[in-house]
Design a protein around this ligand. Sequence first.
Ligand SMILES: Nc1ncnc2c1ncn2[C@@H]1O[C@H](COP(=O)(O)OP(=O)(O)OP(=O)(O)O)[C@@H](O)[C@H]1O
Ligand SMILES: [Mg+2]
Length: 227
Amino acid sequence: MSQPPRGLTFPDPQEVFEANMTALDAERAAWADGIVAGTGIPPRMAEYTLASFPAKGLDYYSAVLRYVTDQTAAFPRLSGLIILGPAGTGKTGLATSAFRRLIEEFGRYYGTPSYERSGWWISQEDLLDCLRADSGALETDSLTRAQTTGLLYIDDLVSSRGITAWAFEQIFKVIDARYKACLPIIATANLSAFDDLDDIDRRLSGRLREICYIVEIPADGQDLRRR
Ligand SMILES: Nc1ncnc2c1ncn2[C@@H]1O[C@H](COP(=O)(O)OP(=O)(O)OP(=O)(O)O)[C@@H](O)[C@H]1O
Ligand SMILES: [Mg+2]
């Protein structure tokens, strides 16, 4: 093997490789942290991915996987996703995993992204709190963000428990604006079937039906918190 000229040393390839890998890991971790902090994914769900889902044999897991595969192939023209079903069946975990995967795709597609503009993860209740706190302003920040962010995630969308007329109109305003602008929504709902949304409001359900993949979890779906 040839020797370096006197006075020069070759860096140890193994050390270079390890340093590169460490830098790459740090970059990946920072990127992942950026997604979580920037979009507002809650800490409990920050580590959830499709790979970490605990019941991969279920049909609704396959349906969400198919949704994600189709969307990454069709990027940036995204359809939405709505997962409906009983408590504890993994709606939030699956929908959040799909959301996160697609936000990663924003990064890949647009280069270094603004995570705030790429997506927003929020529960319906918190969204309404934000809108209530903002109300009075003509165009509120939260309303604008919800209407215009690249991918909006709403956890626990309109349930049969019922909400006030004001609250319903706010949610409708968000969904209608996104429908008109062809911007995707990922949502979960504690309803047994999509038809239940028709009973709540047909204007809302009609728009969601048109722009979202619908995944219904059967009523006898296992509560994953009790496994
Ligand atoms: N992607 C994931 N990775 C790891 N664990 C998960 C994942 N998704 C769901 N789980 C597990 O399944 C449990 C139930 O999931 P999740 O909170 O998503 O249910 P849910 O249907 O949204 O319930 P609820 O209707 O009460 O909100 C979680 O506590 C978690 O342990
Ligand atoms: Mg949930």
